[in-house]
Design a protein around this ligand. Sequence first.
Ligand code: AMP
Length: 278
Amino acid sequence: MRQFQTKIKLTRYLNIYRKKSSIGLVPTMGALHSGHLALIKAAKEKCDIVVCSIFVNPMQFNNKEDFINYPNSINKDLEKLRTLNCDIVYTPKINDIYVQGEKVKEFNFGPLAENMEGKFRPGHFNGMATIVEKLFNIILPTQAFFGEKDLQQLQVVKALVQKMGSPIEIVSITTYREKNGLAKSSRNKRLSKKAKKKASIIYNCLNYCVQNKHKDIVNLKLYIQNTFKSQKSCKLEYAEIVNIENMVPINKWGAKNKNAICIAAHIEGVRLIDNIIL
Ligand code: AMP
């Protein structure tokens, strides 16, 4: 595996292969877990060369503390990537990505970015799209791989590619979970053992909706709100059932596999998100 810290060296290397090889990009913020590794495996299956980027992008954090506390385990990450035969890891320093004083780019993703994460993390999607667009322009991948775990992000990235008029194919993979249903997340590293157990409340609520799809959406949301109210130190931020095409909350079920139940919650102060498409 080759490691590059600058876009100049990375692009120089990739340019040799571009004409004959497909290039898969897996953008991450590090602290790699089995969800990330599944993305690398999917990319290895589809592409000749796989690039994993590891960059904790300050522009997508609306909360400074969340950025400062974001877990870092770069040596372990490199070891995991080596084991999977990932071809290239790109670990830029901030000044390889942003010029000093650079501002976040203002995209207009419309309703896609207005609810849920868009509402509760102002500026998050502009910050995320700013870095993803830069990575796309540096690496020029043929395919880029994203997790359904961040469903709204996935849909915004698809819209970004359209806006860019880019031929990059966006490939998504399903959500990887702990045994108790908790979605794998780098932020889980900040949960105590007890909090990890408590955090299964999120999956249990999602799963309740899967099992009770025949019920009214209003009633399902009420169930989730009440379940959280009864659990100390679990604070629900939102529970929405949305149309996955535009990520707008709905009151009536749409066609099969076109709806998603999405939850964001704070478990002992750690913010977690999860969803299930149904
Ligand atoms: P992050 O490092 O959190 O920015 O995530 C990098 C990529 O991994 C994103 O495309 C995420 O959607 C994906 N991802 C994160 N957690 C999971 C998971 N539990 N299962 C599948 N993909 C995931």
